[in-house]
Design a protein around this ligand. Sequence first.
Ligand SMILES: Cc1ncc(COP(=O)(O)O)c(C=O)c1O
Length: 364
Amino acid sequence: MKVRFVDLSAQHKPLEGELRAVFDRVMTKCSFVLGPEVEKFEEMFAAYCGVDHCVAVSNGTAALQLALQALGIGSGDEAISAVGARPVFVDIDPLSYTMDPAKVETAVTSKTKAIIPVHLYGQPADMDAINTVAEKHGIHVIEDSCQAHGARYKGKRAGSLGTAACFSFYPSKNLGACGEGGAVTTNDAVLAKKVRMLRDHGAVRKYEHDFPAFNLRLEGIQGGVLAAKLPRLDRWNENRRALAKRYSDLFADTKVIAPQQMSYAEHVYHLYVVIVEDREFLKKALFEQGIENGLHYPVPLHLQRAYSYLGYKQGDLPVSEHVAANHVSLPMYAELPVEHVDYVAKTVREIVECHPVLGPGERT
Ligand SMILES: Cc1ncc(COP(=O)(O)O)c(C=O)c1O
């Protein structure tokens, strides 16, 4: 059996007619950049996330950049490098793999302007604890919701849990465009207006620019595609959750450490990531059995060459390093056939159990 890691055609084939109609509408109106399709999606996505404003932008990276710039964060601050600030990395919690709130507290300095928790793999970070630290120090919290469309924290949607939130609509995301896309969501009208201007050359209206800015606008077609897909997102996420549960049930009583859904979270399993003792052995054996698999992510940010100037070294963030070195991402997408999950889980179990050195054993 051949098992794909992600199969985008499984989602797009059944939607082909609807998506072609979007293309026709945009062609007819020639509303190629921003325009009514984007505006409609912005309204729909704000309502979906339970916030007052959504500003659609060209990708998730742009969303993060613009949210920070709209808050006036930049050079000399501690936040993120894309706006000229200095990033400070903190370790993750060993169960949720999201930012450890206790570590945030110790990392905050007078230069810290924003905390950016990533809702990694589709599970929200512990936002109450992080917001408490932020409030104490008077700093902003920007959710990186790029992997968590529709996820919930204590019943509230990702995207509504901080000062602002940033989404990516890269095609393979839980909600994906047919190309690049992103958005900033917020309840802050002033912030939303600033992001709206920053994405469009600082324009208040055509030919009137209040400050120098960028071109980071969403295309009309992507707005239409996202609006067509959004009503299906909850069903797709339910499928992902059911598939994840099936995997996890099949890994009970094995040495495979399945992802843990925290009591406060409704995880949407953008990725299904397990921890094993010899991941290179597992990866290779899975490929030999026709099962695609991936790594998210093998080199933690603090050890990336791009951030060598910050002076981090191996051992600084031990939990992140452990997960980076021992995880494997298994096939996961909303349309993944149940038989594939069963085959993958059975194969993983067999591979882990017949490891030449580790052999069968208790869950660690
Ligand atoms: C957690 C996270 N943050 C940010 C991004 C950046 O989004 P984009 O690729 O749309 O720029 C991604 C996309 O992969 C992501 O997964």
